[in-house]
Design a protein around this ligand. Structure first.
Ligand code: AMP
Length: 194
């Protein structure tokens, strides 16, 4: 199965991606983790993206697309993936679809973790991970999500590929609900393997 997880910062997206990856035996590919890895290793990609990542702004599409092409194709070939953090704009979703479709590795279902903004900010402030997590940066990341990522939900719902799950409950409850919803759509996905 090829799944995209969509959720604001603080929605529990990373946790759910890990749970789904173990439950379904799918590769978890996180664009944010990969980018942070490049920044930490001070690679050429890392140096070109570090200011964007620090501010909570999106990095240029071409960098993310080039970085993800190989892992996505490899994961698709070995049973499937959970994409976490990419695509995150309508433009990225369209570009990714155009590239992936020819290879038969496009997203089959998008899972949206729905959490109200005040709850997100509360969670992120409570997490308090140091200088990056000032309230200003937290609110900026939420704004970027609202402005640039939420329109992408329409892209997937128009294609009837969107599942929305209430993300305010416990991680175990959210995970169980996602699995239930995925089971419902699985028969339809089997017909769209290629
Ligand atoms: P995340 O951990 O998914 O919140 O990503 C952390 C940061 O990496 C984001 O704030 C962006 O700066 C960058 N990033 C991750 N995924 C993307 C993407 N698909 N497009 C552009 N920038 C991204």
């Amino acid at each position: 199965m090829r799944i995209l997880l969509v959720g604001a910062p603080g929605s529990g997206k990373g946790t759910q991606a890990e749970l789904l990856s173990s439950a379904l035996g799918l590769e978890h590919i996180s664009s944010g983790d990969l980018l942070r890895g490049h920044v930490a290793r001070e690679t050429a990609i890392g140096r070109s993206v570090q200011e964007f990542v620090r501010r909570g702004d999106l990095v240029p599409d071409s960098i993310v697309m080039d970085m993800l092409r190989k892992p996505v194709v490899e994961a698709a070939d070995s049973g499937g993936y959970i994409l976490d953090g990419f695509p995150r704009t309508v433009q990225q979703a369209q570009a990714a679809y155009d590239t992936a479709r020819t290879l038969g590795v496009q997203v089959q279902v998008a899972v949206h973790l729905d959490v109200p903004e005040e709850e997100l900010v509360r969670r992120l402030l409570a997490r308090g991970r140091g200088a990056d997590d000032t309230e200003d940066v937290i609110r900026h990341r939420q704004r970027v999500y609202q402005e640039q990522t939420t329109p992408m939900l329409g892209y997937y719902s128009d294609r009837e590929e969107l599942i929305t799950v209430d993300g305010t409950r416990s991680p175990e409850q959210v995970h169980a609900t996602i699995l239930e919803q995925l089971e419902k759509v699985r028969p339809r996905l089997e017909g769209t393997e290629a």
